[in-house]
Write a protein that binds this ligand. Structure first.
Ligand code: NCD
Length: 303
């Protein structure tokens, strides 16, 4: 029994396998309709979600399985004071696999330590979001055909953005990847995420100015300023519109750029860009469902 809390819980070889399975699902969805027949996924979401929870649920339904769960802490016994550990033990009696999102960093790890079924981290506070990274990796692979040698720009809230932390950690394992980290001074990537880059001698630069670097990028990963992680509303209001990608700003970008965003978008990408052939953010959404299908099958040891 195995859980996925951090993207590093999967080897590069396993990520390749998940991509292969996802590609096969895309090509032959009819072969997967009964793979998880009689299996149950529990979605335990203590924080708002549209894509992550519903794509896990859609993934399980498309594998022929069932879904139980809750979408807010207030409708579960957490509101009565139940611990994550006790909830995890309880859900282990009802389901075969758990997908969990929680505002506290480390909560899915506590759940995994107490559950007797696999736990998948669907986002823990400002920490990690490994299944968004699986969606991102399939998207990059489909857009670019490789992970190696890419210049990856990440822009916005790099401090609290958990998708950013997991994606940097994942991409740092591939050869000759360069990172361009674009954020306001206050929202720079935390040192625990940068440390492995320094240790492995991986190239990265930090800047506040997107226009000065946009021409170099193969991937531009835009992110929302994470309102719910701020202590002070004034800081959020001051920083929230730091970067708004517009067609004018894209003028110097490569024709082969892929524009990504984990969504939800608030104001970071002008609607006019949705029709640009470089926009990949709605493809990312669909890719997330296929990678979650592949991951559920892997953890349930379905052939
Ligand atoms: C992200 C998250 O929850 O961290 N959303 C998602 O799962 N696609 C990004 C965000 O909320 O900004």
């Amino acid at each position: 029994m195995r859980s996925i809390i951090n993207i590093l819980d999967l080897t590069k070889e396993e990520i390749d396998q998940l991509i292969q399975v996802a590609e096969d699902i895309i090509a032959h969805p009819q072969n997967y309709l009964e793979k998880c027949k009689h299996k149950k996924l529990a979605t335990l979401f203590y924080e708002p979600s549209t894509r992550t929870r519903l794509s896990f649920e859609a993934a399980m339904y498309e594998l022929g399985g069932h879904v139980i769960g809750f979408s807010e802490a207030n409708s579960s016994s957490a509101a009565k004071g139940e611990s994550v550990a006790d909830t995890a033990k309880t859900i282990s009696c009802y389901a075969d696999i758990i997908a969990m999102r929680h505002p506290k960093e480390g909560a899915p790890m506590v759940a995994a330590a107490n559950a007797t079924i696999p736990v998948i981290n669907g986002g823990d506070g400002g920490h990690n979001h490994p299944t968004q990274t699986l969606a991102d990796l399939l998207t990059i692979h489909r857009e670019k055909g490789t992970f190696e040698g890419l210049t990856v720009g990440l822009c916005g809230d790099l401090k609290f953005g958990r998708t950013v932390h997991s994606l940097i950690t994942a991409m740092a394992r591939y050869d000759n990847v360069r990172f361009v980290l674009i954020s306001p001074e206050e929202l720079k990537v935390p040192s625990y995420v940068k440390m492995p880059l320094k240790q492995k001698g991986i190239s990265y630069i930090q800047t506040t100015d997107i226009e000065s670097v946009i021409a170099d990028l193969d991937i531009l990963y835009m992110t929302r300023v994470q309102k719910e992680r701020f202590f002070n509303e004034d800081d959020y209001i001051r920083l929230k519109d730091s970067y708004i990608l517009t067609p004018q700003k894209l003028a110097k970008a490569k024709d082969t750029l892929s524009i990504m965003h984990p969504l939800p978008r608030v104001n970071e990408i002008a609607l006019a860009i949705d029709d640009d052939p470089r926009a990949a953010y709605f493809k990312q959404v669909l890719n997330g469902k296929y990678m979650r299908m592949a991951l559920i099958m892997m953890l349930l040891e379905v052939k």
